[in-house]
Design a protein around this ligand. Structure first.
Ligand code: NDP
Length: 491
């Protein structure tokens, strides 16, 4: 006892126990100075390139190829060649082995991928480590299981691969969206040309190493980097049989217009403005966690983010109080710090869009709350924000902000909640918080949303189909439903 006290006297006791940085080392990642396009399992030098940045400090990370029409055409040619010269005839049980291999390599290299994802995209390492990577691997595992069971998935129909799939993905979940796209496509016997988002190409490029490590035949997976022009060239290429797109509603509509009449298959996973509805009988503290996860997860760069909170009038005040208190504990900062809850905004462009909409919210008369937090000087940052006194007609209640900004509205009855929740051009997801199972079922039947979470939010599982209604797009990804867009049937 005496000794302990003695030691205690001499031990350096921190003055403030609330925070000590826990930075994840970047040593595990080796970023090349320059990347080519990945076609036929080879790196092809592009004619043009651009620089990809780290959103946390705007430091350049690498030079990335800007694929032009000819580059896209040669990637599509490679995919066509691989499809016709063997891949489509590989038995499902063999294709499954490749998918299992990819899944296992992703698990083995998950720390490397997680660090790179946070570095290039700005999301907190605890999210890329605990959400993006495990889910990406799980998608490959899950679809590996379907590869030799397609006839059972669609009994009395003869499923056949579509051919070459052109896949265009956004910057909010770069590797996870790649997995959502590539895993079902390969399981069904297709070959792919995938374009990652301009701002977040690095994990897709690291994935090319995995493709080689897994010894996939050349041409089965091709990755072409570049901006929207590369995406447009992929959409327009006549050798592509199917386009799978995740991104903004605006670009989704443009793609749909361009594909009309071409016979190409199309799935669109677009924007959202999800209602997260909290009834007065719900467990409020639990609901607060769900609200925080719903809108501040991944800086709110989530298509299914719970960006509209509907609080039942009788509990609105205490709920908002609790929420504000919880917001004060969120740690905003370096994405590579394991303590960080809210990381960097993905790009300057996205930051400006958030700022513009937040200004619109203030101008229209909503009341803004932001917890005190010191934002880093360099990089792209936005404090977690809550708007109260929001009217349905305000832009912040109608438009997708795609940032850490919550709009709070109120309601009195379940009918009113449904009416308000559905008052949006979107229909991707929703949340309901209540103790009553019957009320959950009543709400779910009436809400026009592809996914409704009950007493939770932002839960994902490869076995569960995901997709939207209305301007949130069409087609489903995940689950057995996720196979269908990659198949044709003799009927
Ligand atoms: P985009 O829809 O522009 O980007 C999605 C993907 O499409 C990217 O790979 C993009 O390339 C590509 N693309 C862009 N233009 C074309 C085109 N004409 N033809 C084919 N492909 C194209 O989204 P942004 O990144 O510009 O973000 C804008 C807004 O969209 C966000 O503020 C957010 O509201 C919403 N969004 C929604 C997402 C969702 O999951 N629902 C995901 C991302 C954004 P590039 O990256 O080079 O532009």
């Amino acid at each position: 006892m005496t000794e302990l006290e003695h030691k205690q006297d001499r031990a350096p006791v921190p003055k403030d126990w609330t925070y000590a940085p826990a930075p994840e080392s970047t040593d595990i990642v080796s970023i090349r100075g320059r990347y080519g396009l990945f076609i036929n399992n080879e790196w092809i030098a592009p004619s043009e390139s651009y620089t990809t940045l780290a959103p946390r400090d705007e430091e350049p990370l690498a030079e990335i190829g800007q694929a032009n029409e000819q580059d896209v055409a040669s990637a599509v040619g490679a995919a066509r060649g691989a499809f016709e010269n063997g891949w489509s005839a590989v038995p499902g049980s063999e294709r499954a082995k490749y998918l299992f291999r990819i899944a296992r390599i992703l698990q083995e290299r998950s720390r490397e991928f997680a660090v790179l994802e946070s570095l290039n995209g700005g999301k907190p390492i605890k999210e890329s480590r605990d959400v993006d990577l495990p889910l990406a691997a799980a998608h490959f595992f899950y679809y590996a299981g379907w590869a030799d069971k397609l006839e059972y998935a669609f009994p009395n129909r003869t499923p056949k691969p579509v051919g070459v799939a052109g896949q265009i993905i956004p910057w909010n979940f770069p590797l996870l969206m790649l997995a959502w796209k590539i895993a079902p496509a390969l399981a069904c016997g297709n070959t792919v040309v995938l374009k990652p988002a301009e701002t977040t190409p690095l994990t897709a490029l690291l994935f090319c190493d995995v493709v080689r490590q897994a010894e996939l035949p050349p041409g089965v997976i091709n990755i072409v980097t570049g901006d929207g022009r590369t995406g447009a060239a992929l959409v327009d290429n006549p050798g592509v049989d199917k386009i799978a797109f995740t991104g903004s509603t605006e670009v989704g509509k443009a793609i749909q217009r361009r594909l009309a009449g071409t016979g190409k298959k199309l799935t669109l996973e677009l924007g959202g403005k999800a209602a997260n509805i909290v009834f007065d009988d719900s467990a409020l503290d639990q609901a607060v966690e769900g609200i925080v996860n719903g809108i501040y997860f991944n800086q709110g760069h989530v298509c299914c983010a719970g960006s509209r909170l509907f609080a039942q009038e009788s509990i609105a005040e205490p709920l908002i109080e609790k929420l504000k208190r919880r917001l004060e504990t969120l740690r905003v900062g370096d994405p590579l710090d394991k303590n960080t809850d809210v990381g960097a905004i993905n790009s300057r462009m996205q930051l400006e869009k958030i700022e513009e909409l937040v200004q619109a919210g203030k101008d229209e008369g909503a009341e803004i709350y932001q917890p005190p937090c010191v934002l880093p000087e360099k990089g792209y940052w936005f404090a977690p924000t809550v708007f109260t006194n929001v009217a349905q007609s305000y832009r912040i209640a109608q438009e997708e902000i795609f940032g850490p900004v919550l709009s709070v509205l109120t309601f009195r009855t379940p009918e009113e909640a449904v009416e308000k929740a559905n008052n949006t051009p979107y229909g991707l997801s929703a949340g309901v918080w209540t103790e009553k199972g019957s009320r959950i079922l009543w709400m779910v039947q009436r809400m026009r949303a592809g996914v409704v979470w009950a007493n939770t939010f932002n839960r994902f599982d490869p076995t569960s189909p995901f997709g939207g209604y209305k301007e949130s797009g069409f087609g489903r990804e995940g689950g057995r439903h996720g196979l269908e867009p990659y198949l044709t049937f003799d009927e």
